[in-house]
Write a protein that binds this ligand. Structure first.
Ligand code: OGA
Ligand code: MN
Length: 236
C-alpha cells in the first residue's frame, strides 16, 4: 500500500489510467438499457439523468478492491443504523486516494476519468471514495444525498452481489412514480441532475427482476461524488 506518492507519480498514474480508458471505451460497454425499468416512471424522469453500465471493473479489479476494503473494514463493527435509519446494518469508510493501494487507485482514477468522459462536464474535482458494505440484512432506505457535501453527480460501483435500486418521486397530486435499476456486481450506476436532486433513491431487498428474485446478500459499493464546488477545480 502506498501512503505517500510524489507528484510525478500521480501524473504517471493518471496518464496510464487515461490510456487504459481509451482502450476500454473503444471496446465499448453495454449501455445496459435493459437494466432500467421505466414502466412506473410516468415519463417523469429524463432518461439522460440515469445510467447503468455493466462490467466497468474486471473480476481481478473487483478482487483487489475487495481485498483492501475487507481489510480496512475488518476492524469496524457493523453499525445498526445511521442518518435516522436510512442505512442499517452496514459498515462504511471514506478512503483518500493516498491510502489506496497502487492497483486500486489506478482503478479508481480510471473510473473517475470514464465518468468525466460520460458526463462531459470536463475534469471534475472528486471527493474521496465512500465505501459502504451492506450486510445481508442491511438496507439503504429512500433518501436524497445531502446537497451540503457533494455536487451534481452520484455514481456507484456495486461489488459482490446484485441489487435493485429504486428512484422515486412523489408529485404535487400525491402520486408517486418510480424507476428501478438492476445493478449487477461490477456495474456502475450514475445519478445526475434531477435523478440526483429531485428523486429519492434506495436499495430494494428481495424483489424480483425479470421474474427472478434478487436475493439480498452482502454487498459492497464504492460511491463517487464530485466536489460541491465545481469552481474549485480552477483554484489550486
Ligand atoms: C448512499 C447510497 C447507494 C449504494 O451512500 O448515499 O445511496 O449503492 N448508496 O450503496
Ligand atoms: Mn445515497
Amino acid at each position: 500500500m502506498i501512503r505517500k506518492w510524489p507528484g510525478h507519480m500521480t501524473a504517471v498514474l493518471i496518464a496510464t489510467a487515461k490510456r487504459r480508458t481509451a482502450k476500454v471505451i473503444r471496446r465499448g460497454y453495454s449501455l445496459g438499457s435493459n437494466l432500467i425499468d421505466w414502466t412506473n416512471g410516468g415519463g417523469k424522469l429524463s432518461h439522460g439523468s440515469v445510467e447503468v453500465r455493466e462490467n466497468v471493473v474486471s473480476e481481478q479489479e473487483e478482487r483487489s478492491l475487495l481485498q483492501e476494503v475487507d481489510l480496512a473494514l475488518k476492524r469496524r463493527r457493523i453499525e445498526a443504523n445511521h442518518w435516522d435509519s436510512i442505512i442499517t446494518n452496514y459498515k462504511e469508510i471514506e478512503r483518500q486516494d493516498r491510502s489506496w493501494g497502487l492497483e486500486n487507485v489506478k482503478t479508481i482514477q480510471r473510473l473517475r476519468y470514464e465518468l468525466e468522459n460520460i458526463l462531459e462536464w470536463g475534469e471534475l474535482r472528486w471527493n474521496p471514495v465512500h465505501v459502504i458494505e451492506l450486510a445481508e440484512d442491511g438496507e439503504i432506505n429512500r433518501h436524497v444525498d445531502s446537497v451540503k457535501f457533494s455536487g451534481s453527480t452520484v455514481a456507484g460501483v456495486s461489488l459482490i452481489s446484485a441489487s435493485v435500486m429504486r428512484l422515486s418521486r412523489t408529485f404535487e397530486n400525491g402520486k408517486e412514480y418510480y424507476v428501478d435499476m438492476f445493478l449487477p456486481p461490477r456495474s456502475l450506476y450514475i445519478l445526475k441532475n434531477e435523478a440526483r436532486y429531485d428523486w429519492h433513491h434506495e436499495i430494494l431487498r428481495g424483489v424480483c427482476w425479470n421474474g427472478e428474485t434478487v436475493k439480498a446478500a452482502r454487498r459492497v459499493s464504492l460511491i463517487f461524488r464530485d466536489d460541491l464546488l465545481k469552481e474549485s477545480k480552477f483554484m489550486d
